[in-house]
Write a protein that binds this ligand. Structure first.
Ligand SMILES: [Zn+2]
Length: 153
């Protein structure tokens, strides 16, 4: 592979990073989608573009919005490392993203949605655990059917 040289402008480089990022997040979403299907999690759809922050998955009946967030771009407290160059630029960008995410989550909650955020590293490291998180969240909203004895005891 050709070695990256300094003649690559910062603009081209950040366009490249954006492309890498969206591929990475896409594949993370794909993994989660496949896992949810295999765990028989039902009732979701992807890309709710009409909602604040465009959640990656939504469970409509339960009003659960799920974001799958890239660790670098969204400033994951565990994985984020400041790049060595252009630190001010990246700091400003990531801080902007973190604040925008926070505003979007607040807007969703005000509109009556539950919000679950999943980090890219969680999907990479333990997909089973992520699915467990989703289903326990859903189970918390789904009230068990009342039975005769519930009503009469
Ligand atoms: Zn992370």
């Amino acid at each position: 592979m050709a070695k990256r040289t300094d003649t690559v402008s910062a603009e081209v480089r950040s366009a490249t990073m954006r492309a890498v990022k969206s591929q990475g997040v896409k594949s993370t979403e794909r993994k989660l989608r496949a896992a949810m299907a295999s765990k028989r999690l039902k009732g979701w759809r992807m890309y709710a573009n009409e909602l604040p922050g465009k959640p990656d998955f939504v469970f409509l009946r339960e009003r659960l919005a799920i974001f799958v967030d890239g660790c670098f771009w969204h400033g994951c407290p565990r994985c984020y490392r400041r790049p060595h160059s252009n630190q001010e630029y990246w700091d400003a960008k990531v801080i902007y993203n973190i604040e925008r995410d926070r505003r979007n989550r607040a807007r969703l909650r005000r509109a009556g949605w539950h919000v679950l955020r999943i980090w890219e590293h969680e999907v990479t490291q333990d997909l089973g655990r992520v699915c467990g998180k989703v289903s326990s969240k859903l189970n918390g909203f789904r009230r068990p059917e009342l039975t005769y004895s519930d009503l009469h005891n």
